[in-house]
Ligand binder design. Structure first.
Ligand SMILES: [Zn+2]
Ligand SMILES: [Zn+2]
Length: 211
């Protein structure tokens, strides 16, 4: 199996979008299509992939703004954890709050579950609520890769002061579900530079590894 991946910032809030696919089967996923649909489709084309699914770490506007356009172009399934459905449905008011033009997003047609396997790259969904109730992380053990959304950042963690945020839950998600992964795992957060699980366990001053 030959897995290809590119992660790059898109959209008004520079959300890290990831294109991941298998060049043998030609099937791929787009994680967090937060903007710049042309750029995303360029990366997809450069790998020669057919996009099967748009997979969202959560339903904040900056992670979903290009979902409609890419769904139109590819016919891909739109995936979200059901606990973020209310946020997805409130996209218009999210856009108003940030002063960003509103374009409707397609309704999700696949609801993600905790520990659900992702066919592409042997991945698995990990439900990591806290930043939002339906926040998901996506772990690819073979690749040593975690897409953490806005749950865990380099030296920081996701904010919990927005509607639906919960600091206790965020801490528990990180300690129980993420700090228990292989320490060498590369973490691609929702924004900013990458890190590793081990570095965050040792150096993250917001959420420490359990003693
Ligand atoms: Zn967010
Ligand atoms: Zn974000």
């Amino acid at each position: 199996m030959t897995i290809v991946r590119e992660s790059f910032p898109v959209g008004p809030l520079q959300c890290n979008c990831t294109v991941l696919g298998n060049t043998e089967t030609g099937s791929g996923y787009v994680f967090d299509p937060g903007g710049h649909p042309e750029r995303i489709m360029e990366v997809v084309a450069s790998f020669g992939l057919k996009i099967e699914a748009l997979v969202h770490t959560h339903a904040h506007l900056d992670h979903i703004l290009a979902a409609a356009e890419i769904q139109n172009l590819t016919g891909a399934s739109v995936c979200l954890h059901p606990d973020d459905r209310w946020l997805w449905d409130a996209l218009e008011s999210q856009c108003k709050m940030f002063g960003i033009p509103y374009h409707p997003a397609p309704a999700p047609d696949h609801w993600l579950d905790d520990e659900e396997p992702l066919r592409c790259g042997n991945g698995v969904c990990i439900h990591t609520p806290g930043h939002t109730p339906g926040s998901m992380s996506f772990y690819f053990a073979d690749e040593g890769l975690l897409l953490a959304g806005d749950t865990l950042f380099l030296g920081s963690v996701g904010r919990t002061d927005l509607p639906g945020g919960d600091t206790g839950q965020l801490k528990e998600s990180i300690q129980r579900r993420l700090y228990t992964l292989d320490e060498n795992t590369l973490v691609i957060p929702g924004h900013g530079p990458g890190t590793t699980i081990g570095d965050e366990m040792r150096q993250n001053s917001f959420v420490r590894a359990t003693p």
